[in-house]
Design a protein. Structure first.
Length: 155
């Protein structure tokens, strides 16, 4: 998960899985913005089958790649919002626009790019860039160590 604050969206499911005897390991790539990990501490105190890892403290070169991946995804999301199927989704488009540097917003609105073909080609390029980004060795080793049956990846 991104940070422990995201647990609020999954706490009831995690509790239910723990009640059923499943082993649950939670991993976070960022610190909680408020530094408030109360829900995480409550879950790990209440259930010995719930453990966690803090990947946020692992300062590796892959943090650069994480930032690049997020930027690529944000741009791809914004491009999708420019399509005719989102014509009436003004708030969604505004929210997506806030995540991008102005230069990318302006570039995306150029007639050549802001056409069906232009958006599709740029979206494919962004997808190709995202797929070329290497995975984080810390995350890879955590998954290899845990050998999970199921992985839940959240935004």
């Amino acid at each position: 998960m991104r940070h422990p604050g995201a647990l609020r969206n999954y706490a009831s499911t995690i509790r239910e899985l723990a009640e059923r005897g499943h082993q649950i390991h939670l991993a976070f790539v960022m610190q909680d913005r408020l530094g408030d990990g109360r829900l995480l501490w409550d879950l790990t105190d209440d259930y010995s089958c719930i453990t966690h890892s803090d990947l946020a403290s692992k300062k590796t070169p892959y943090r650069f790649w994480l930032g690049l991946a997020r930027g690529v995804r944000f741009w791809a999301d914004f491009l999708r919002c420019l399509g005719p199927e989102y014509r009436d989704a003004v708030k969604l488009r505004e929210r997506a626009q806030l995540r991008l540097p102005r230069v990318l917003v302006g570039l995306s609105r150029l007639p050549l790019i802001n056409s069906g073909i232009g958006r599709a080609l740029l979206w494919k390029l962004l997808l190709w860039i995202e797929q070329a980004i290497p995975t984080d060795h810390w995350v890879d080793s955590l998954i290899a160590t845990q050998k999970p049956d199921v992985i839940l990846v959240t935004p």
